[in-house]
Design a protein around this ligand. Structure first.
Ligand SMILES: Nc1ncnc2c1ncn2[C@@H]1O[C@H](COP(=O)(O)OP(=O)(O)OP(=O)(O)O)[C@@H](O)[C@H]1O
Ligand SMILES: [Mg+2]
Length: 288
């Protein structure tokens, strides 16, 4: 009997100890939640501030840059005084730089708009053969002109755009999808010296489609594979030295893909190449 009572007391003691420990853990979890809540509010505020910043800088820059371009055109006007060859050359440089700057400003404004939720997809049936055909044309000419890669060291890179055959009808925003694929292909061409850049599409399950842009270029190290989706981030190194760009293409592409209800992912090995995959739903996602 005494032994039983002793055992019962011991059990009771253990029970009390356990429940007090549980209570403490609970309080800890509640505190952690509160902290997480606060952190996520701070993050949201920071990201809204960033979007506001991009928008205002973009707008402030656009007016003066547009004015510069306008003035350059005025100076070029056949009705004004003739220019010396030197002046004409300087003017062309000025125009090129101003146009680059305007391109950057527009990229910044596009991204800010996509981030602020003010960009709404216009859903419609996508003409995939038409879209692929247009990309085949523009990408081949970019590749041939060397516009994306001004250095003379490149050898032939083949641009292969497969026929988008055997796909179910896709309802999405054709203009946004075109922008995404154009961004990915321009990157692929920029970072590939030889081999090929390939665009393909295939069905995924019953209700999705995957677009892949693969290249045989320099590849992206594992540690950089998430960072390249951050604004202005570019992989450091020599490869970056001889190409143009600002590091806004991928964050914008990922943003657009998410507006379309899809996902943009990447597989890559250094020295072997990269494959960017866009998986889209065949129909607009249900509004949340
Ligand atoms: N296909 C690729 N192969 C190797 N590196 C890539 C590839 N695509 C992107 N990257 C790396 O990711 C970086 C970010 O790409 P992103 O498109 O955002 O910017 P960008 O091409 O440098 O400039 P922008 O697109 O704004 O003109 C690139 O600078 C490059 O370092
Ligand atoms: Mg880019």
């Amino acid at each position: 009997m005494r032994r039983l009572r002793k055992q019962r007391d011991e059990l009771l003691r253990l029970y009390k100890q356990l429940s007090s420990e549980l209570g403490e853990t609970n309080r800890g979890v509640v505190a952690l939640y509160a902290e997480l809540d606060q952190r996520s509010a701070e993050l949201r505020a920071a990201s809204e501030a960033k979007t506001r910043f991009m928008t205002s800088v973009g707008h402030e820059l656009r007016a003066p840059v547009t004015a510069i371009l306008g003035l350059v055109r005025l100076l070029r006007d056949p009705g004004s005084d003739p220019l010396t060859p030197d002046q004409a050359e300087q003017l062309a440089l000025l125009e090129g730089s101003a146009a680059d700057l305007l391109g950057l400003v527009n990229e910044l404004l596009d991204l800010a708009k996509a981030e602020s939720g003010r960009l709404e997809p216009r859903w419609g049936t996508v003409d995939l053969p038409g879209l692929f055909g247009a990309l085949r044309g523009t990408m081949r000419s970019i590749s041939r002109s060397g516009a994306a890669r001004p250095d003379a060291t490149r050898t032939e890179v083949e641009i292969v755009v497969e026929e988008p055959d055997g796909l179910p009808p896709l309802r999405s925003d054709e203009a946004m999808l075109t922008q995404v694929l154009r961004n990915l292909m321009t990157n692929a061409i920029k970072f590939t010296r030889e081999g090929e850049v390939r665009l393909a599409a295939r069905p995924v399950g019953a209700d999705r489609v995957a677009f892949t842009v693969s290249d045989t270029g320099i590849g992206i190290p594992p540690t950089e594979q998430e960072r390249i989706f951050e604004e202005f981030y570019q992989v450091p190194g020599a490869a970056q030295a001889d190409v143009t760009g600002t590091g806004l293409g991928l964050p914008y592409a990922r943003r657009l893909v998410s507006l379309l209800g899809g996902e943009l992912t990447l597989a890559s090995a250094v020295g072997e190449g990269s494959t960017f995959t866009v998986v889209l739903p065949l129909a607009p996602p249900e509004p949340r």
